[in-house]
Design a binder for this molecule. Sequence first.
Ligand SMILES: C[S@@+](CC[C@H](N)C(=O)[O-])C[C@H]1O[C@@H](n2cnc3c(N)ncnc32)[C@H](O)[C@@H]1O
Length: 251
Amino acid sequence: MTQLLPAPEANWFGDKPVDPGEKTGLVHEVFSRVAGRYDLMNDLMSAGVHRAWKASFIRMLAPRPAETLLDVAAGTGDIAQGWRRNGGGPALLCDINESMLTVGRDRAIDRGGVEGLSWAVGNAESLPFPDGSFDAYTIAFGLRNVTNIDAALAEARRVLKPGGRFFCLEFSRVAIAPLRLLYERYSDAVIPRLGEIVAKDRESYAYLVESIRRFPHQEALLERVTKAGLSMARFRNLSAGVAAVHHAYRI
Ligand SMILES: C[S@@+](CC[C@H](N)C(=O)[O-])C[C@H]1O[C@@H](n2cnc3c(N)ncnc32)[C@H](O)[C@@H]1O
């Protein structure tokens, strides 16, 4: 098997240089701290726009009843639930953080919508599933938190069946320069402050801003998706590139 060397982003936790061996644990701590407020903070930070992005993502995904989905970095489960609501087959939610999955599972139980859903704790870089297990793989706002992005992409390919579909929703680079500047100012000024007030946790939300800044831009990620052995890779910008959907096939 080819050894995947840690990519440069593995050396950063937000704006702090770290040893790649430490990063996964630090990210785990962030999501353990924010799990209880995660959904509320998403709505506040994006003024609800993350819901529209996720709805577009689900439309592009075009759920199919005969297909199985693996939603990686599933968190509180918006993607898997959107897949099921829109006619998709069984969905398995996988996340490295049990607290995030627990918040999502409790929410699904409260809303009476657990049929066809199952949960597993696991790392995107070494998924606990056999080769060729799923028809579709999704990762939404998860890839930038993973220490070794290339290892996670290789795992996505491995667990997909031939013909299986890969979909990634992630923050990206705003395509219009003046808008980019405005967005960066907003991110720096508002997001850590909101984190401080609502979640009593400025540091975790400062990490969020920096992790977005360090994540590969659209074209660079497209190249890495292709390098991981996924075929026919494309991306589509959402909100002028604030977020982007990358999709590809395992041939
Ligand atoms: C920003 S949340 C996204 C949650 C959900 N997909 C959504 O769109 O709302 C990022 C999630 O990635 C998970 N995560 C971080 N590193 C991971 C890894 N190496 N493997 C699996 N999940 C990971 C975190 O625990 C967290 O639940």
